[in-house]
Each structure stands twice: as C-alpha cells, then as structure tokens.
Ligand binder design. Structure first.
Ligand code: NAD
Ligand code: WQD
Length: 352
C-alpha cells in the first residue's frame, strides 16, 4: 500500500488516480486545508475504486504512528505542503512548520515503522536564478528568494542528511517545473483558493468570466519576446513520473534527484496565444511591471529522468491547455459545486 500525503490536492489527486489505475492500494492523508474531498470522489469515479482516506495533519506524530500501525504501507509519496509564494513571505513560520517540520515528523514515523521509501515533491525553485539553461540536476542549488522556496531546499537537505545517516533509506527528490493541465476526463483539476498566483489558473478564470483580465507581469525580460519563459508540464505526465520514481526506488538506495519537466520553455505571450487558440477568442490582458522575485527564464534538462526512470513527458502544450480548459469550463467554480462529503472514499477514524 502506498501512502499519499496531500493526496486530495491538485497534483496528489492525479497521482492517486494513476496509482489506483496501476493496481496499487492507496491511503491518502490530507487535512484538506487547500483541497476538497470531492476530488477523491471523482478519482474513485474514474478509477472504479476508492483510495482509503484519513483526514489529518502530516505534523501529527500520534496520527502517523496509528496510521502506520493500521495499514501495511510500503512507500510514501509526500505531497502535503503549502505552496503559495506570496503567502510564505507573510507567514514564514507556517511554511517552515508544514513543509520542513511536517517532512521531519513523517520521516521519523516512517523510520519507527520500518518504512524507508519516500518520494518528495520538490521544485525547480531550489535552483534559484540559474545562469545556464536548460537546468540539469548537476546545477548547484541557488538561493530561493522566499520562504516557500527556502522550505523546499531545507526539506531536501534534511532528506539528504537522513539518507546519508542510514543506508536503508531510498529517497527520490522530484524537482517539478511548472505543472499545469488536468485529467483528460475534465473531472479533476486545479482549484485554487482565492486569487490564483499562477499563470494558467489565472488565464482560465479570466476565460470563464471570474476575472476581468490577465495581468502580464513584465515584457522587458531578456527573452525572445520580453515575457517570462517557463517549462510547463502536464500534471498527468508529472503524476506518472512518480510511479516511475517509486519503481526505481526499489533498485537504488540513498537520495536521487530527478527533474520533471518537458525540456521546452514557453513565454507568457506564447502561452496566451496558444490558450486563445484553444478557447477560440481573444483573452483580455494588460501589461504590468515585473512581479517581485520572478526570474526571466527556467526550463529543464529532463534527460536524467528519461535515462534512469524511463520516463518522458508525453503531452505537448496544446494538450495541456485543452485539458485544463475542459476541466475549467465544465467546473467553472472548481469543486465548489460538489456536495463536499467524504462518503465516496473510505474514511477511517484514527486517533488524532
Ligand atoms: P495543493 O495545495 O493542491 O496540494 C497540497 C495538499 O496538501 C492539499 O490537499 C492540502 O490540503 C494538503 N496539506 C497541506 N498541508 C497539510 C498538512 N499539514 N497535513 C496534511 N495535508 C496537508 O498543491 P499541489 O500543487 O498539488 O502541490 C503538491 C506538492 O507539490 C506541494 O508540496 C508543492 O509544494 C509541490 N510543488 C507544487 C508545484 C506547483 O506549481 N503546483 C510546483 C512544485 C512543487
Ligand atoms: C509563470 C510566468 C510570471 C501569473 C511558481 C512558483 C514556483 C512553483 C510554480 C511551486 C511568470 C507570469 C504569472 C500572472 C503572469 N511552485 N505570470 N501573470 O513563478 O514560474 O513558479 O509556481 O513550487 O515555486 O514560484 O509560475 O505560473 O506564477 O508564473 O504574467 O497572473 O507567468 O511572471 O513569468 P512561476 P507562475
């Protein structure tokens, strides 16, 4: 059985679906602070069976202990965390506590239970502003400019030290580039709380009329058209990368780092034109000054994951945008229209 922390969230729910489709038993631990139980009901609808679900906090050591005693967990995918860059500047302690202390509590409970396989959701943000593109895993980590990025780098370092200290550990650090898109069914997708921070969720909300216009932050970057360039990756490709990483961790010990990206960068203007093509109309937009802390460009060299995991992103930008649009246009208010209960997924009461 695979424990998926944060499995009700955007990326976690897509990973839970892929795990179920591949025949795994899945246990989700999520406190639902940034997600809806409706996501897991829809995963059940798609997979034809439900993951086990425990509502709880990854920092809760007693709960983790009870969970590992109750379920035969053999490996953990650790998505649970906070991810809003601006919020992390305002509430740094909450970010360090969840992202760093939460990871420490999880590893302590895993070690006590004799579980030593872990896949951690890291981020390309740990590279900081790399002067070299594309970015390989050999590039030194940089200096993230916000507590969110710092917390991911700190968690990576904690996990490296842990694996150095005990050869039983087998840990994959997956550095995601920019995850976008949704499952092709249009049933699960990204449903941000409040004003979206990220480009595609913002464009989607403009397209369904929830926001007036897209703000393009900066058109004076040293990039071909002056707008920021990123490596966008389909969330289903990303989820499948986790299954490949799990397989690989059966064979290798210690810490392994893998970039999960496509190896291609697109500018904000290219994203906008491709999205307008998908929705068949122009999207209102306005140019604004650069957003503080943004870098000009960032894209991956994904060859290490291809060689070591046998994984490669399959879905190109038009598919990412079509799938995202299918999700958003069918669910203009995300999961809010669902009667959010956990009736579908098997919820277990454990001491918390
Ligand atoms: P998300 O917010 O949709 O999912 C995170 C899930 O974790 C949510 O369901 C939330 O309720 C849960 N959670 C948060 N704190 C928890 C806690 N203390 N205990 C239990 N559950 C908790 O975010 P996502 O986009 O799916 O991201 C998943 C992971 O990937 C995060 O660790 C994030 O930092 C990382 N990541 C995300 C991106 C991105 O752009 N989405 C990029 C790089 C890395
Ligand atoms: C992409 C491009 C913006 C919004 C962030 C985090 C990173 C990672 C992914 C978790 C940039 C521009 C954006 C808008 C815009 N998260 N933009 N108007 O900044 O690459 O990465 O999310 O690990 O840590 O920093 O992604 O989608 O916010 O921005 O013009 O309304 O779109 O300036 O060039 P980013 P993004």
């Amino acid at each position: 059985m695979i424990l998926v922390t944060g499995g009700a969230g955007y990326i976690g729910s897509h990973a839970v679906l892929e795990l179920l489709l591949a025949g795994h038993e899945v246990l989700v631990l999520d406190n639902l602070c940034n997600s809806s139980p409706a996501a897991l009901q829809r995963v059940e609808q798609l997979a034809g069976r439900a993951p086990h679900f425990v509502r709880g906090d990854v920092r809760n050591r007693a709960l983790l202990k009870a969970l590992f005693a109750a379920y035969p967990v053999s490996a953990v995918l650790h998505f649970a965390g906070l991810k809003a860059v601006g919020e992390s500047v305002r509430e740094p302690l909450r970010y360090y506590e969840t992202n760093v202390s939460g990871s420490i509590a999880l590893c302590q409970a895993m070690a006590e239970a004799g579980i030593f396989k872990l896949v951690f959701s890291s981020s390309a943000t740990v590279y900081g502003e790399s002067p070299v593109m594309p970015i390989t895993e050999e590039r030194p980590t940089g200096v993230p400019t916000n507590p969110y990025g710092q917390s991911k780098l700190m968690a990576e370092n904690v996990l490296k030290g842990l694996a150095d200290s005990d050869p039983r550990w087998s840990i994959g650090l997956l550095r995601y580039f920019n995850p976008i898109g949704a499952h092709e069914s249009g049933l699960i997708g990204e449903d941000p709380n409040g004003t979206p921070n990220n480009l595609l969720p913002y464009m989607l909300q403009v397209a369904v009329g929830r926001r007036a216009q897209l703000n393009i932050y900066g058109n004076d970057y040293p990039t071909p058209d002056g707008t920021g360039v990123r490596d966008y990756i389909h969330v289903v490709d990303l989820a499948q990368g986790h299954l490949k990483a799990l397989e690989r961790l059966e064979q290798v010990a210690g810490v392994s780092v893998w970039n999960l990206g496509t190896g291609r960068g697109y500018s904000v203007r290219q994203m906008l034109s491709a999205f307008e093509e998908v929705i068949g109309r122009p999207l209102p937009h306005v140019y604004k000054p650069r957003r503080p802390g943004d870098i000009a460009q960032c894209w991956s060299d994904p060859s290490k994951a291809r060689e070591e995991l046998g994984w490669e992103a399959q879905r190109g930008l038009p598919t990412m945008l079509r799938d995202a649009w299918r999700w958003q246009s069918r669910n203009p208010r995300g999961y809010a229209q669902d009667k959010a209960t956990v009736a579908g997924a098997t919820q277990t009461a454990l001491a918390s």
